[in-house]
Structure formats: structure tokens, C-alpha cells
Design a protein around this ligand. Sequence first.
Ligand code: IMP
Length: 430
Amino acid sequence: MPLQIIVGAQWGDEGKGRIVDWFASQADISARYNGGDNAGHTVTVGSRIFKLHLLPSGIIHPQVTAMLGNGMVINPRTLFDEMDMLNRSGISTAPERLRVSYAAHLITPSHQALDKALESARGKGNIGTTGRGIGPAYTDKATRRGLRVADMLSPDFQERVGDHVNETNQTLRMYNAPALDPAPVCAQYREFAEWLKPYIADTSIELDTAMQAGKTILVEAAQGTLLDLDFGTYPFVTSSSTTAPGALTGLGLGLGAARSASVIGVVKAFQTRVGSGPFPTELTGDQAVRLRGTGANPWDEFGTTTGRPRRVGWLDIVLLRYAVRINGITELTVTKLDVLTGLENIALCTAYRRDGKTYTDLPFGPSDLSPYEPVYEQFAGWKEDVTGVRKWHELPPAAQAYLDRIASLAGVPLRLVSVGPEREQVVEKI
Ligand code: IMP
């Protein structure tokens, strides 16, 4: 398929990075289209662990050209640090292999300060944002006063940065937050502009040309379906379109591109969430610690970007079916199956109940899930270590039964299962 879109089918952190890495071995281009450095995508290659926040995970493969699309909000500081980290690991980030859309928006220290000020003003009702300035940068975009990557090419860029800092200072003062000195921000952003110039491109044209030439384009969504601005658990969402249709507008691809697209939904074998908001199948106490881990391992359920412990619970099929519909998911990938090994029983939420009625679909989307009670189907667990399994028929029958049930309830075929953090710890079903 020329266009493969990899989306998170939950609240983010589904393990998209390592799945992108798996598909990227066959790709020509790896692109991101939404969000910014609020994302945290981990790829493990032997003893090396790459934690990427901005760059698409496919960049680790030498034949891939990476693209940052117009739908993104880019903090140049993070981009610089991430490129430096890759360069030091021997992975080239030369302009031939990294293209940044002229129409993407820039995140500044003012956006970050405002993100934090808004969160503290929300008090108990806070969203639990990553503090990376994502919401304020998208707000500036929507109110048509944002700074775009193309502005870096303009002779008055520094002046515009100064105006932006001064304007944002007015809002910061309203929230009793300290104002920022524009001078160091302007100087820093002038340096960033000089450095970023060779990378600035019309990625829409470059993607179109690549598609016409029959190249394979791998698109990586950040966050997850349930954090989508329109379709997530609003207002406890991020500020971008995290779902597959957003890939078209976030990359400047026309509708025709969708004809050749496969949409790979990545879902963990259980459910997790960082930050506030509803979570019907959430577990607490010892059961939660069992799924989350203690933080001793890099794959334990602690945020890649913030280090916060993630909330954990049983897999929720009502929400997965919703994600399949909203994204148009064509195949599923289930990650972290190995974490369930050793559990006596595994519960799967197959429906919700409210006032004696059973629901398998949500009447008004997932924003208010509080009136619903999960209905569980119970599965026997398995004791066998699955981390060395590479063939479907070698998985314990109980694991196969659990996975088959997920795919049949979701209504899409299962393509891949990950059984450990390493690149090759993957079982292909179809
Ligand atoms: P923001 O994107 O920083 O504005 O945060 C909004 C919400 O999205 C918060 O609940 C964050 O915890 C959550 N969030 C943002 N990025 C990610 C991610 O990459 N994985 C999981 N949750 C995320």
C-alpha cells in the first residue's frame, strides 16, 4: 500500500513508535502530521533506546526520508536536541532526509509558560497537559496570530517573535504568571531560523510527487483517538486531530490519497491513560501496580514525556470499536501482550450498562462516560513466557483466544502482536 497510516486506538502510548519502526523497514517516507513534542515514541534497537518526541520514528531506518507536516506544532529547541541526539548515534538528520513543512506552527517559551499558567488556573479541573505549549500554539493558529515555520525565512522574523512574546505576556499577566523577556527569545529564535532554513519545504508537494512515483509513505499519528480534539473525551483531550482523516489535512494530501490507504490501529492488550478524564475500566491498588509496573523497566507504564505514572485498566472494546469507526481502521496491532502473562484471569470490557440498558456503541461519543458501568467478559490467563514467540501458532491457546476475541469484537483483522520491547519481538498473524 502506498499510504499506511498508523494511529493510536486509545489514549496514546499504545506503542506506536515501535510499530512504525517495524513498518518503516519497507517505507520510503515516514511522516508526522499532528501534535508536537507532547508525544513520546520509543524505539528499542538492541541495547539502544530512542525516545522521540517530534521526529517520526521511521527516521531510524537509513533509507527513510522523514517529514514534519503542516498540521504539527514544532518547538525548534526540541527538534534541535533530538536531531543532535540522533546525529551522535550515527543517524543522519541532513536536510536530504528531513523535511519540515513551511506551514507548520512554531512553539515558543511563551506558549509553554501560558500552558502552565492555564493549567494552574484550572485548579482541580486541570487537563493534566504535558506543559509543552501545545494548546496555546494551536490556539494562536486558530486565532490567526501564530508564528509559522515559513516566518523564519522572513527578514522581520525576530520582530514578529518579539511581538508574539509581548502579546502573550499580556495574557500571562492576567493569570498572575511572570512575563517573559522578549530579547533572549528573539535572539534564540533567530539562531533557530538560521539553522532550520535548509530543512523548510513544501512537504505537500514532496509527498504528492513521492506518491505519484509509487513510493511507500508511512504516516505516524501522535497521541490517540480518545485524545482527538473533536472525537476524544473532550475537554480532556489534546488540541489536534489525532485520528486518521487528520493525516490528509495535516500533510496536505488530497482525498484521492485515501483510496490507497491502509489504517493500522495500534491498541495495547490493556488500557492506559495519562492525565485527567474518564476511564470506565480503570483499576486501582495491587491490580493497577501489576499492569503498570514499578517504573524499574523502561517499558513500565510511566509517561515518556513527563514521567508521570499512567492510569491503567482492562481493555475497553466499546472504545476500541469507536476508534475503528472514527479512523476507518483496516487492521489491528495489539501491543504489550507479554505484560498480561501470569495473570490468573483477564477481563475484557465488551459493553457498557446504564439504567438496565446495554450499550456496545456510545450514543454521544466518549466525553461523558461517568453514567456507564463496564460489562466484562472473563478470560483464562496463561503462564507461558511469550517474549520469545515469533509465530502465531506458538502463542499459548489462551492468548490466542483473547486476541481473536478482541479482533472479532472490533470487527477488523489482527495483523501484528508485540510480545516485548525489542524490534524483532513481534508475531505476525496475517
Ligand atoms: P497536551 O497535548 O499537552 O495539551 O495534553 C492534553 C492531554 O493529552 C493530557 O491529558 C496529556 O496527558 C495527553 N497527552 C498528550 N500527549 C500525549 C501522548 O503522547 N501520550 C499520552 N497522552 C498524551
